[in-house]
Design a protein around this ligand. Structure first.
Ligand SMILES: CC(C)(COP(=O)(O)OP(=O)(O)OC[C@H]1O[C@@H](n2cnc3c(N)ncnc32)[C@H](O)[C@@H]1OP(=O)(O)O)[C@@H](O)C(=O)NCCC(=O)NCCS
Length: 175
């Protein structure tokens, strides 16, 4: 598989972040693992939010501290994926969001990138002294289910997300 790196988002990647957002909008797909990027056409605003959410003292009330990573492929410096790790869960996230969400650029799917990103983000979850993480994904999303299972995901249950009336499968991964 191609060599990849997980990095904290930085200004050097503003253009790549913009392109990533545009690719998902063009496909009409949700940008899982990117926080509020879909609502932020200016990547500078997104970088500021990522920074704010990285520390308890700047995390808004009712939000949770979150580590955001971008996945960069060194040989062409392309941003090929995004993944975020919530440090803890509130009641809603416990059921419908989970600790970790991720996505891969449409043109780069099926290359093992999401599997690699999740595996490496689990290391950061261990560093936070979490003993397990919860992941939730659309029950019809076979690729996401496979990525979670390949990283040791064990099914917990199926729930219905109230806002979108979507069936979600929940998994747990012991760290
Ligand atoms: C889900 C997603 C992240 C997968 O990314 P990816 O880089 O293509 O994933 P990988 O290449 O690491 O692995 C995909 C696995 O799913 C399998 N897969 C892909 N499409 C599939 C399908 N329709 N049915 C069954 N399995 C499928 C692949 O064969 C592969 O498994 P394998 O290695 O055993 O062959 C990507 O499709 C995506 O960004 N989707 C939109 C956002 C999303 O749904 N995120 C998940 C919510 S947390």
């Amino acid at each position: 598989m191609d060599q990849l790196m997980l990095l904290k988002p930085a200004r050097d990647y503003l253009e790549e972040i913009f392109k990533y957002r545009s690719a998902f909008i063009a496909m009409g797909e949700p940008m899982d693992g990117t926080g509020s990027l879909y609502r932020m056409p200016d990547p500078n605003d997104w970088l500021q939010q990522v920074e704010d959410l990285s520390r308890p003292e700047t995390t808004p009330e009712n939000w949770v501290v979150t580590s955001q990573y971008i996945c960069v492929r060194p040989y062409d410096n392309r941003l090929v994926g995004m993944i975020q790790l919530r440090h803890f869960l509130n009641e809603f996230l416990e059921l419908y969001g989970g600790h970790i969400e991720f996505s891969v650029l449409p043109e780069d799917r099926g290359k093992g990138y999401a599997t690699w990103m999740l595996k490496n983000t689990l290391r950061y979850a261990r560093d936070l002294a979490l003993d397990r993480v919860i992941l939730a994904c659309d029950a019809n999303n076979a690729a996401a289910v496979r990525v979670i299972e390949k990283n040791g995901g064990v099914p917990l249950d199926t729930v219905v997300e109230p806002d979108y009336d979507t069936e979600l499968r929940r998994f747990t991964i012991t760290l």
